[in-house]
Design a binder for this molecule. Structure first.
Ligand SMILES: O=P(O)(O)OC[C@H]1O[C@H](OP(=O)(O)OP(=O)(O)O)[C@H](O)[C@@H]1O
Ligand SMILES: O=c1cc[nH]c(=O)[nH]1
Ligand SMILES: [Mg+2]
Length: 212
């Protein structure tokens, strides 16, 4: 498993503003969108491409296009939805599948309440979007799901991760070179409610308000 914490002042600045409890939802959504585009730059470094010929007004030259089958982007509902547009803006030919997962805040069990994905993901590069990697339960469940459908590789983009969740992913996928994690920040720890410290609170609530 390849893990990259993107070390860049533009990322660190946007994460700082997201963390601020006084940042209102509209600004939070805007910053989430901007952050994804910065992290996607690293996440798509190994996206499969093919060489094409491009006719400029002056000459013919070599260019690239995304290879087929086209990448699949999978936001994990609800909070991952806030990252979708930023990602598809950069990879406009990507297809989008959806996984709805929620953490039971008492047991920390993961409930998969929605799934809308192609039945066969053989050979597909998949990009999973979820702002928070806390205990790692949600991400492990998603990756398992995608490999069971035949995904070629899975790259997860998260804004903030906890060391405890990262350790669980290392345990599950440390030897797997088809799993990549791109993180905006690696925080200190989880608190007694398995929230990331210092974190930013509940990403879904901050994006969309309390709806459950
Ligand atoms: O690493 P874990 O311990 O599994 O926690 C992380 C998950 O928790 C949050 O979702 P949540 O369950 O709050 O659902 P929501 O997006 O609907 O708010 C977050 O967006 C992740 O999906
Ligand atoms: O800190 C956390 C942990 C889980 N889910 C969140 O949205 N935030
Ligand atoms: Mg939530």
């Amino acid at each position: 498993m390849r893990v990259q914490v993107v070390d860049h002042p533009l990322v660190a600045h946007k994460v700082s503003v997201l963390r601020d409890k006084n940042t209102p939802s509209p600004v939070f959504r805007q910053l989430t969108d901007e952050l994804v585009t910065l992290l996607a730059y690293e996440a798509t470094r190994d996206v499969k491409t093919v060489e094409i010929q491009v006719q400029t007004p002056v000459a013919t030259t070599k260019g690239i296009a995304f290879a087929k089958p086209t990448p699949l982007v999978v936001p994990i509902l609800r909070a991952g939805l806030g990252m979708l547009e930023g990602m598809t803006r950069l990879v406009p030919t990507a297809e989008v599948g959806f996984l709805g997962m929620a953490r039971n805040e008492e047991t920390l069990d993961i409930i998969t309440y929605a799934e809308r994905l192609p039945a066969d993901l053989t050979g597909r590069q998949v990009f999973v979007l979820d702002p928070m990697l806390a205990t790692g339960g949600t991400l492990i469940e998603s990756i398992k799901f995608l490999f069971a459908r035949g995904a070629a590789d899975v790259t997860c983009i998260c804004l903030i991760a906890a060391p405890e969740g990262l350790a669980r992913l290392e345990e599950a996928y440390g030897d797997n070179d088809k799993v990549h994690l791109i993180l905006g920040a690696l925080d200190e720890k989880l608190d007694e409610n398995s929230y990331i410290v210092p974190g930013l609170g509940d990403a879904g609530d901050r994006l969309y308000g309390v709806a459950h």
